[in-house]
Design a protein around this ligand. Structure first.
Ligand code: KG4
Ligand code: ZN
Length: 477
């Protein structure tokens, strides 16, 4: 899945995948497009896996037996132990999780000081910070789990969407660990990981279900029909809610060291949420898309009108000024979340029309750790007769557990890459997917307000998986 730009040998699986990618009408060019998450044919699975040794002895027999016994996706083994690595934005995270859903370790190194200094994520600084700590974070995750690389079944790593410079650090490290210990590799979609971690937390959570994913860069409403099969009901036409929280915190002069969201949430508790009359975005659009750029501007103007000086920290502000800031924080939060509530309500109706058996709405991503967000969405979900599944805050914000768990889910279906070369060149071309949709847009949900830039956009995860399944069934005939 994360291949070097080398010409594969005709007998290798890469050659097969290259041929496959050339045959697909919509996935014409680089081989890396198809090779991320594929479900190999039985024969190919055998060929690919027999080329390398799986260290975890318990994996091999059942796994091989199951794959050769039937044609369907299956849970072949229950003793998988996967290392997950996440570096798509500003947190360097690693974790070890097993296929029973036990979190054996979890380590996160956050770039809080950098965030506070630059008032946001500066890609080059973030890259350097990742590079500085990645070895230590991964080693600590293994140590805390009381394991060595030899005990792992596979390595999972986020390959997109995210900042290329940052993704590269995690992918390099994952390939190094996998290459030196002959381990298969699973390339993970960051937003799918935010979604699937809910299945680790809530064992009852079966497909199909709905998910609202709210983070610093994404605002997605999706219908998860199956593993790797997602319909995008709505997305943001500009900014995500987390970005609006972060800017509000910055302009209000709050302490950004824990990121903006928690600071605004805390201050909002002291404020009057009806004191500033912000307009709820996109009221006139009867779709499930979001917009937070206009609300950000409304907040900035309100802050200017009240002559709030962000240079003066909250701790040094007068009582009166503190109250003014708290009122803005509370009013912003009320309207930002009302926007989520309205769109979620409509999305649930749409989703139930498509899949009447849906029982759950997952809310995940950094903003889902907000108590007010959880409480308000819980009411919406209850009104609609569904159940809310919200991972604990430590699994809502970026973490390695969600990556390891998503790796396990896909690995069970045979969607992984064979180990990379043990001595990979430093300048190997990596398959990174900074702009990578999770699923195809729901046709009825296409918004005229949306002017999506599609340049350099990767084919969606769902379309890649569907294409590889189709091809596999064709080759089986
Ligand atoms: O998922 P995440 O950790 O990273 C991205 O993939 O973006 O989300 C980070 C975002 C930031 O914008 C942060 O301010 C926001 O989540 N966030 C919160 C809270 N905790 C984190 N927003 C509101 N309330 C919170 N308690
Ligand atoms: Zn995230």
């Amino acid at each position: 899945m994360i291949l070097q730009g080398l010409s594969p040998h005709p007998s290798s699986i890469f050659y097969y995948l290259k041929m496959v990618s050339l045959l697909l009408p919509n996935l014409s060019s680089p081989i890396s497009r198809l090779t991320l998450l594929w479900r190999p044919s039985l024969q190919l699975t055998f060929k690919a896996t027999s080329k390398f040794q799986l260290h975890n002895k318990s994996v091999k027999p059942e796994w091989f037996k199951s794959f050769s016994a039937c044609n369907l996706p299956m849970v072949a083994n229950d003793n998988l132990v996967v290392l997950g690595i996440e570096t798509s934005c500003d947190d360097t995270a690693a974790a070890v999780v097993n296929s029973h859903g036990e979190i054996l370790s979890q380590v996160i190194s956050s770039q809080a000081e950098l965030l506070a200094r630059y008032g946001g994520v500066a890609p080059k600084m973030a890259e350097e910070a990742h590079a500085l700590v990645i070895d230590q974070v991964v080693q600590e995750a293994l140590d805390k789990a009381n394991l060595t690389e030899r005990d792992l079944t596979a390595v999972a790593v986020t390959i997109g969407p995210g900042l290329s410079l940052c993704l590269r650090i995690g992918v390099r490290k994952a390939r190094k660990v996998a290459g030196s210990h002959n381990l298969p590799l699973v390339g993970v979609h960051h937003m799918e990981a935010h979604t699937l971690v809910a299945r680790l937390v809530e064992r009852e959570l079966q497909f199909p279900f709905m998910a609202l994913l709210v983070s610093g860069g994404h605002n997605l409403l999706i219908l998860a029909r199956d593993l790797g099969d997602y319909i995008q009901l709505g997305t943001t036409i500009d900014d995500a809610i987390g970005e609006a929280y972060d800017k509000t915190a910055k302009w209000l002069g709050l302490d950004l060291r824990r990121s903006g969201g928690p600071a605004v949430e805390e201050l909002a508790r002291e404020g009057d949420a009806k004191s500033v009359n912000f307009k709820v975005p996109m009221k006139q659009h009867k779709d499930c898309n979001f917009s937070y750029a206009g609300l950000k501007t409304q907040v900035r103007l309100a802050i200017e009108a009240k002559r709030i000086n962000a240079e003066i920290s909250l701790a040094s502000a007068s009582d009166e000024e503190r109250q003014a800031r708290a009122d803005i924080a509370a009013s912003f939060q009320r309207v930002a979340v009302l926007h989520l509530e309205e769109k979620c309500e409509r999305a649930i109706e749409w989703a139930l029309n498509i899949e009447p058996s849906i029982n759950h709405l997952v809310v995940s991503g950094g903003v889902a750790s907000n108590k007010y967000v959880r409480a308000r969405l819980d009411e919406v979900v209850n009104r609609k007769g569904l159940k809310l599944v919200c991972p604990p805050p430590s699994l809502c914000t970026d973490n390695g557990v969600m990556v390891a768990w998503t790796g396990i889910e896909h690995f069970r279906l045979g969607r992984f890459d064979p180990p990379p070369p043990a001595n990979e060149l430093e300048d190997a071309v990596l398959d990174l997917r900074p702009r990578w949709p999770l699923g195809e847009e729901y046709a009825e949900g296409k918004s005229e307000a949306r002017s999506m830039r599609t340049a350099r956009m990767h084919p969606s995860l769902t379309s890649l998986i569907k294409a590889s399944i189709k091809l596999e069934s064709q080759s089986a005939i």
